[in-house]
Design a protein around this ligand. Structure first.
Ligand code: GRF
Length: 214
């Protein structure tokens, strides 16, 4: 199977997924990296590793040397499905909402990773260090990443997998973020490998079940 990975930031999850492909934990390949921030760490990694990149959406951020780099949603869908023959889409620190037209094409084939235990501490305002600040402030004793299928909301789609890390009352957001991120780097490849192997089934009530590789 062929993957598109959407990034806006450092791209450490992209690196973890790519590493898992290279060591054969994930039986797939990264066909293209899509980003709204053309010079982000994730894009640089893609360029260094000979992975194709695509700027999306067209916005002021994708203006490079006065030139508009971004593609329209229609063009993006066409590129993903025809040019790059993408089977699955992975959001890895991509901060823009996914338009419905794209969701329709990749229904039950698009995952996101969020750095807290959904359904808590998710939604439009919860990104970056704000998530971890809110977790610490709540007095929660545990946090951890969530991998979920993407629907039309922010962080609202069906939950596929979670991992748990302890939260100390003396944690800073930076410390907690690092602890959660480290867990993301094993949880996301674990979930992606199940997705591309066809080891996910759907209960009639819309809950995804992940089957461990035998
Ligand atoms: C991760 O914490 C992820 O959960 C969130 O954005 C961050 C991306 O980090 N959605 P990176 O760009 O993969 O390093």
């Amino acid at each position: 199977p062929r993957l598109a990975v959407f990034v806006s930031g450092g791209g450490s999850n992209l690196r973890a997924i790519h590493a898992a492909i290279l060591n054969r934990q994930i039986q797939a390949e990264v066909a293209v990296v899509v980003s709204d921030v053309p010079h982000c760490g994730g894009c640089q990694y893609a360029v260094e590793h000979g992975i194709a990149t695509l700027a999306y959406p067209a916005s002021s951020k994708t203006l490079v040397n006065g030139r508009q780099l971004g593609v329209t949603t229609e063009k993006l869908i066409d590129s993903l499905s025809r040019q790059f023959e993408v089977d699955y889409v992975l959001l890895a620190g991509y901060l823009k909402l996914i338009p419905e037209e794209l969701l329709r094409v990749y229904k039950r084939a698009m995952l996101n990773i969020h750095p807290a235990l959904l359904p808590n501490f998710g939604g439009k305002g919860f990104y970056g260090s704000k998530v971890h600040q809110a977790v610490i402030k709540s007095g929660a004793r545990f946090s951890g990443p969530t991998v979920h299928f993407v629907d039309e909301g922010y962080d609202t789609g069906p939950i596929l997998a979670q991992a748990v890390v302890p939260v100390s009352p003396t944690d800073t957001a930076v410390q907690l973020a690092a602890r959660v991120l480290q867990e993301e780097h094993s949880l996301y490849p674990y979930a992606v490998s199940a997705l591309v192997d066809g080891r996910i089934t759907w209960r009639p009530d819309g809950v995804p079940i992940l089957w461990t590789a035998s």
